[in-house]
Design a protein around this ligand. Sequence first.
Ligand code: SF4
Length: 236
Amino acid sequence: MKKQSGYVLHQTIVNNEPVVVIATMESDNPKTGNMVQIWFLLENHAPHLAVKSGLDAKTVCIDCVFASGNGCYVRTYQAPLSVWNAWKRGNYSSLLPHQYADVFTGRKIRFGAYGNPSIMPVSMVKAIASVSSGYTGYFHDWKTNPYASEYAKYFMASTETESSYRLAKSLNYRVFHASPVKPEGMQECLNTLQDTACINCNLCNGLTKSRAPSIWIDPHGSGKDKAIAAALSSVN
Ligand code: SF4
């Protein structure tokens, strides 16, 4: 098949809003390295405007305390907007499960460059992961998603407060903890610790590495101050 810069993997509805799931094949993100990036975008709302209106928190970013401009490091008016615009221009065609091997074999996948990867069916995550050479992923709705234990096989449970990481640990999930306070026994993210890119680290793959430690990261980026405030004040 003819290779493209990106593909539509899935379309679904979240809280009455159509959502499109897109994989883009090349990335110059220095933190991740050149991983396939998977985006979860509202079809009818540009991502930066959905953050402004608060629609993100009800749809693609459910259960994230950093949503709606409260500390998320993703600049939605940059890469997410450009992917959304490219999709609107018709640049990405649909990719079907029997084509996954052609496109994802030998590639490392970042499930959730923006948005909750638990929006994809578990079967799709499993099919892509099984032909890839590695993956990372983080999901915020692990307390409310009925299939959370299935997603946790592939993704880290995102937490920000002591009570939420204790709850996630009690469920035996691996955790990605963003907080100014580092819990005992957690491994600091290797990117912030020693500048290793995710593509070479791959620690954040949920229970795939069930014996690996959970990961801690100090909030960073343009939303750092708000993220710290959200992490310290959230009761979630
Ligand atoms: S611990 Fe590794 S895989 Fe996880 S975010 Fe940091 S560099 Fe990426």
